[in-house]
Ligand binder design. Structure first.
Ligand code: NAD
Ligand code: GLY
Length: 376
């Protein structure tokens, strides 16, 4: 059996709900051992058909060999799968297979699968264990850690859910080799976000590695993923249910979420919207005097080096954006709130920002930043 090249391990310290995260190349070669160690009565692997074929079937084979009944439950790819009706269908499939309280649900996929499978695990028999095996960069650095699970409603994204922590997160960066390049780059926006909010050294590392990262590779990739998980683990352990510091993870998300909603989900990937939103948030910070002048420019340059968009979509309607931002889950009393940067590597908890300042920042955004990236 091959061994891991570099294996990083860290723990999310949450008392009796603590769990380990393993990050490295080839982690999936040992997935059978890790899952068997949980002594599950049965396993239900939630994934997409293509991922089932590439990564799911070898897991099933290894567990069946060990005598653990393992069921692949494929669902179609796409944000539309993250909905209530699909949860109901999966819960029934699990009940029909007589899965009991000692079963383990496995989320094998990106953030859509992770959120859906985690929520199914939170609901089934009032809560069973689940393992995250994230296969997109976004899921590896963000959504697989921290226990936010849930689905969308026609009325909005992530409106239904539960905090339910996984018992284990297995991150095999080799799975990123099959991930479409655009999705990989979208994940890089979240990576850069961690540097901006909490780790200046990570910000410098990502910038130094930008030209290889934008091509979907870097010798430092496992280390970069690990460092993001370490930041998220620390923040989640301080504030599991987002009463305070966890909110800084939403840097760039105020405008980002609004853009996704206004442009129509799917036109911009989440990470792309966050990339644009981080430039807006930095400009808001500059306008209100919290963020040093020139920070937005520097962030935009770094995002462009990673192959990410930084410009507001042409003809975007500011009034409409503001309307959506005021309805955001993070807004209070209809007031738009922003996570602002005090400097690179240091974020401030969300603060209410008045409409004029937001419009001023959006106008600056529109005037100052033009897309300079090319493909490749
Ligand atoms: P996704 O899960 O839709 O995956 C993107 C696409 O990549 C899908 O088509 C998927 O089938 C495919 N794919 C996944 N892994 C692959 C691989 N290794 N090779 C080839 N194709 C692969 O998108 P995402 O960006 O990972 O996640 C977005 C979701 O995550 C949103 O629903 C968002 O709300 C959620 N999210 C949750 C949290 C959280 O804390 N729970 C945080 C951020 C985002
Ligand atoms: N993705 C933000 C959080 O987990 O809180």
């Amino acid at each position: 059996m091959e061994t891991h090249s570099t294996l990083f391990r860290l723990d999310v310290p949450l008392g009796d709900r603590s769990y380990p995260i393993l990050v490295g190349r080839g982690v999936l070669q040992h997935v059978g051992e890790h899952l068997r160690a949980l002594q599950p009565s049965q396993l239900a692997i939630l994934t997409h058909p293509q991922l089932a074929q590439w990564y799911g079937e070898p897991i099933v084979a290894s567990l069946q060999q060990a005598g653990i009944p393992t069921h692949l439950l494929p669902v179609p790819p796409g944000e539309r799968t993250k909905r209530w009706e699909v949860v109901g269908r999966l819960l029934r499939q699990m009940a029909q297979r007589a899965l009991d309280r000692r079963c383990v649900v496995v989320a094998l996929g990106g953030g859509v699968i992770g959120d859906l499978a985690g929520f199914v695990a939170a609901c089934y028999l009032r809560g069973v264990r689940y393992v995250q095996i994230p296969t997109t960069l976004l899921a590896q650095v963000d959504s697989s850690v921290g226990g936010k699970t849930g689905v969308n409603l026609p009325e909005g994204k992530n409106l239904v859910g539960a905090f339910h922590q996984p018992v284990l997160v297995l991150i095999d960066t080799d799975t990123l080799a099959t991930l479409p390049r655009r999705h990989f780059r979208a994940g890089l926006a979240e990576v850069l976000k961690y540097g901006l909010i909490a780790d200046e050294a990570l910000w410098h590392l990502v910038r130094a590695e930008a030209s290889s990262l934008r091509q979907g590779q870097s010798e430092r990739l496992e280390e970069i993923v690990y460092r993001c998980c370490a930041i998220k683990a620390r923040i989640v352990s301080e504030d599991e249910t987002e009463q305070g510091v966890r909110a800084i993870l939403n840097f760039g998300h105020t405008v980002g979420h609004a853009l996704e909603a206004v442009e129509g989900y799917g036109r911009l990937l989440h990470g792309e919207a966050v990339a644009i939103g981080m430039v807006s948030a930095a400009l808001v910070g500059e306008v209100v005097g919290v963020t040093p002048a020139g920070t937005a420019e520097e962030i935009a340059r770094s995002l462009q080096a990673l192959g990410l968009p930084v410009t507001l979509p042409q003809g975007v309607d500011f009034a409409r954006l503001l309307q959506v931002m005021a309805r955001d889950k993070k807004a209070r009393d209809g007031q738009v709130r922003f996570v602002l940067l005090e400097r690179v590597g240091q974020a401030r908890l969300p603060v209410a920002v008045n409409e004029e300042a937001v419009i001023r920042a959006l106008s600056l955004h529109q005037q100052k930043f033009v897309q300079r990236t090319t493909g490749g």
